[in-house]
Design a protein around this ligand. Structure first.
Ligand code: MG
Ligand code: ZN
Length: 540
């Protein structure tokens, strides 16, 4: 290579250099100044690694009866006019991240340790983009289809040494004072007394939410953070109709804990009377409220249950979560149009599950005679695209199937009853002997009595890799996934996260998108985003 380039005539090299220089100066003249960027929208698909994006794209392109118009996704639309880069997600001092550290790194541009919320590596509060945007006179918002106190939204507003401090987080959120917060998690805002059916607060809340879901409390104290929010000027909304009427500072809490999953939401979208707003509806209303600020806004939108589906290795649900993400992104792109005053960044905090379609030695297709007359005899089964339609046809999440099974009286919780349920709600049938394997248990090799998920003495009997399936209560779901894997042509490597770099899509705002087309780390993505939002005359 060296001898080849040195052999180039000098005039040619200078010519190229001259072209590059001229090219650069025109580029600088044409692109709007950085100060013209008013708004930044960051969309995070939690657990949306390249593999999860790939599932959505495979479905769009290859499902024989795919539901997406023109076989195009919102990511295709975004890619047409934007830039694509990749980003490493690792936290301080470790190979793999969790959502809290990853979102902290995106929100602040600073490294954090895994499971930390809004702190730098020394344990000091790291100023986040919401705090900065407020200093700069901009409106701010958080939208998530999980719950507002969960790691991802929390890391954009709160400062806690651990993500599990969820009962502290409502007060952190109120201190950050974002103009719009829309998600689930009402239980974390209500005093302990709300758990009692006969208490005045329980009955008052049932009326407020128009009986849309069950009132409960996740708190162990008497604090009513909804009252505090009201005093701080928030209008409280609890269902889709109330949300549509919201215009000013708004706190929307649409579920006691996590919002509905993607299968339920995609069904809801077809029902005009649905009580719980969709992720697309929450995002749309947030934009309508925030765009009124003349100085602009910052909005973070999370499609958070991609991760939850992937932890449970529930591929049909994962597809529905990706479709929910896609519907939301279409809405945001519709709002954005061709505007150059807004920077849109779409990324993930990490990949979850080590997912992929894979080829196998099972059900190898029979030889076929091609149009040419030659006989084609495949050695392996590379996966029939009809699998994509079957994944879409799943009617209930694995989690809901097992929750339903667990409500049966113990003498009816049989392998046959489980197989019947699985076969009723999914397209990948299992037999009674397979259901028996799902229900088999063993002693927990990683038992820790004081641990939030390893504290089960007896756990489902996994075939292998038990160290990476740490959410013991959900391991029957992972077992089911493994059993139907060969039929779905699907492999899952883990029940937790992987270190796979994730995509970064960026659109709008002239030259501000260019640095995202690179190999980055999430602290770079955070810093670039904050720098793009910062008004020209404002301090860091
Ligand atoms: Mg999350
Ligand atoms: Zn996760």
């Amino acid at each position: 290579m060296k001898s080849k380039s040195s052999a180039l005539p000098k005039a040619f090299v200078f010519g190229i250099a001259g072209l590059l220089l001229t090219g650069c100066s025109t580029l600088v003249e044409k692109t709007p100044a950085r100060s013209e960027i008013k708004n930044v929208i960051m969309i995070i698909g939690d657990g949306m690694g390249p593999q999860q994006v790939g599932l959505l794209l495979s479905y769009a392109r290859q499902a024989p009866h795919g539901v997406l118009k023109n076989r195009k996704t919102a990511l295709d639309r975004l890619a047409e006019s934007g830039r694509i880069g990749i980003s490493l997600t690792y936290p301080d001092g470790a190979l793999v991240t969790d959502s809290a550290a990853s979102a902290t790194q995106l929100a602040s541009g600073k490294f954090a340790k895994a499971e930390m919320v809004g702190l730098d590596t020394d344990g000091h509060p790291a100023e986040n983009v919401i705090e900065k945007a407020r200093r700069w006179g901009k409106a701010t918002g958080l939208v998530s289809d999980t719950r507002i106190t969960h790691a991802t939204p929390a890391a954009f507003a709160a400062h806690e040494t651990h993500r599990s401090h969820e009962t502290n987080i409502p007060e952190d959120l109120l201190a950050a004072n974002a103009d719009v917060m829309l998600s689930g998690g009402l239980d974390y805002w209500l005093p302990q007394a709300a758990a009692e059916k006969n208490s005045p607060i329980h009955q008052e809340m049932e009326a407020s939410i128009e009986h849309a879901f069950r009132i409960d409390s996740a708190r162990k104290d008497g604090k009513n953070l909804l009252d505090a929010a009201r005093k701080q000027g928030y209008r409280l909304v609890f269902n889709a109709r109330q949300l549509r009427q919201a215009s000013g500072k708004t706190l929307g809490l649409f579920a006691g804990s996590g919002m509905s999953n993607g299968i339920v939401e995609n069904r809801n979208r077809l029902d005009a009377g649905h009580a719980e707003p969709t992720l697309a509806e929450m995002s749309d209303q947030a934009l309508k409220i925030l765009e009124r600020n003349e100085r602009g806004f910052f909005l973070m939108i999370e499609a958070g249950q991609i991760d939850w589906a992937a932890h449970r290795n529930d591929t049909g649900l994962l597809l529905h979560e990706m479709l929910r993400f896609d519907a939301m992104l279409h809405k945001v792109l519709d709002w954005m149009g061709e505007r150059e005053d807004t920077l849109l960044i779409v990324t993930a905090d990490h990949e979850t599950g080590g997912f992929g379609f894979s080829y196998s030695g099972k059900n190898i297709p029979a030889p076929e005679t091609l149009a040419s007359g030659h006989v084609f005899k495949p050695n392996f089964n590379f996966g029939n695209p009809e699998i994509l339609d079957k994944l879409y046809a799943q009617k209930l999440s694995y989690h809901a199937i097992f929750a339903e099974f667990d409500t049966l009286p113990s003498n009816r919780r049989t392998a046959a009853a489980l197989a019947e349920r699985i076969n009723r709600h999914t397209e990948f049938e299992i037999g009674t002997h397979e259901a028996e394997r799902i229900l088999a248990t063993e002693a927990n090799a990683d038992y820790r009595p004081d641990h939030p998920s390893l504290n089960e003495k007896t756990v489902p009997k996994l075939a292998a890799k038990t160290a990476f399936f740490v959410y013991k209560k959900d391991n029957r779901e992972n077992l089911l996934a493994e059993l139907v894997g060969a039929r779905q042509q699907v492999v899952w490597a883990s029940g937790t996260h992987t270190s796979t770099p994730v995509f970064v899509f960026a659109k709008g705002a002239g030259q501000a998108v260019e640095p995202f087309a690179n190999i980055l780390h999430h602290t770079d993505v955070g810093r670039l985003m904050i720098e793009a939002l910062r008004p020209k005359d404002a301090a860091d």
